[in-house]
Design a protein around this ligand. Structure first.
Ligand code: AMP
Length: 188
């Protein structure tokens, strides 16, 4: 199975991604985690994206694609993948589609985690206390939500038109969300 998990910051992509990948026996590939690992290791790529990530802006398409593509293609050849946090824009989706199609690695389902904005703020600020992520402060969060609305939300229509989209109510406890996603996949 090849899955994309999209949703605003704080919608639970990371948590649900890890759980679902384990349940489905596929590889969890998290765009933000891979970028944070590059920043932490102070690689040239990490240095290039540090300031952008701290502001909550998107990193350049070619950077994220070069990081993800080899992992996605390898996972597609094995048992499949669950990709969380990519694509973040229609441009990224179009570019990835060209590359993945040639390799028979295109996604077969796209899950959208739907959560009201006030709940997102609450969750992210609670997470900030526990995880201390550099981009979980109030100003950066506001920018990340804006970037989501402007750049990422148009993917909902893009994937709906292609018949791939399943919207899941992610304003529930974590177990209920996991079951709702598995239910949406079963309903295919
Ligand atoms: P996340 O952990 O998914 O919330 O991502 C954290 C940050 O990594 C984002 O705010 C962006 O700066 C960057 N990022 C993650 N995924 C992408 C992507 N697909 N395209 C561009 N930037 C990304």
């Amino acid at each position: 199975m090849r899955l994309l998990l999209i949703g605003p910051p704080g919608s639970g992509k990371g948590t649900q991604g890890a759980r679902l990948a384990a349940r489905l026996g596929i590889e969890h590939i998290a765009a933000g985690d891979l970028l944070r690992a590059e920043v932490k290791a102070e690689t040239p790529l990490g240095r290039q994206v540090t300031a952008l990530m701290q502001r909550g802006d998107l990193v350049p398409d070619e950077v994220i694609l070069s990081l993800l593509l080899p992992k996605v293609l390898a996972a597609a050849e094995a048992n499949g993948y669950l990709l969380d946090g990519f694509p973040r824009s229609v441009d990224q989706a179009v570019e990835a589609r060209k590359l993945a199609e040639q390799a028979g690695a295109s996604p077969d389902h796209v899950i959208y985690l739907d959560v009201p904005r006030e709940e997102l703020m609450r969750r992210i600020l609670a997470r900030a206390e526990i995880e201390g992520r550099a981009d979980d402060n109030p100003e950066t969060v506001a920018n990340r939500l804006k970037v989501f609305e402007e750049a990422t939300h148009p993917l909902v229509d893009y994937y709906r038109e292609r018949g791939l989209l399943r919207v899941v109510d992610a304003n529930q406890d974590q177990d209920a969300v996991t079951e709702a996603i598995l239910g949406a996949l079963d309903a295919e």
